[in-house]
Write a new protein. Structure first.
Ligand SMILES: [Zn+2]
Length: 116
């Protein structure tokens, strides 16, 4: 747990809450789910932030979730895909955003799709 600043009122709040306890502003959340996507023994989906910091390394059927206070950009890449494309995911604050991460056709590319 960490303390973050609410983007609306500027007061400090816990990053584990879903909305600001002072003003009620929804923080927003991002959830990356790797589901049942077979990526092999050495495969990992790597989620990084805009500065290239690694936030999570996920095998299949794993989940990474993070609260966000402002619109945030993430990058998702599979370390075993043939074309190691980085998928850029722009996540708006103020809502819950769920994404399914998997390998595309023949394991060639990483695919990230939004789910409701
Ligand atoms: Zn607030």
């Amino acid at each position: 747990m960490a303390l973050i600043k609410c983007s609306e009122c500027g007061k400090e709040i816990s990053d584990t809450v879903e909305s600001c306890v002072h003003c009620g502003c929804p923080l927003g959340k991002v959830i990356f789910n790797t589901g049942n996507s077979w990526i092999g023994v050495f495969g990992k989906y790597i989620i990084t932030d805009e500065s290239g910091n690694v936030l999570a390394k996920l095998k299949e059927n794993q989940q990474f979730e993070m609260n966000i206070v402002e619109d945030t950009t993430f990058y998702v890449q599979c370390n075993t895909s043939i074309r190691r494309n980085k998928v850029k995911v722009c996540v708006p604050a103020g809502e819950i955003n769920k994404f399914l991460v998997k390998l595309g056709f023949l394991g060639i590319v990483t695919v990230v799709s939004k789910i409701d």
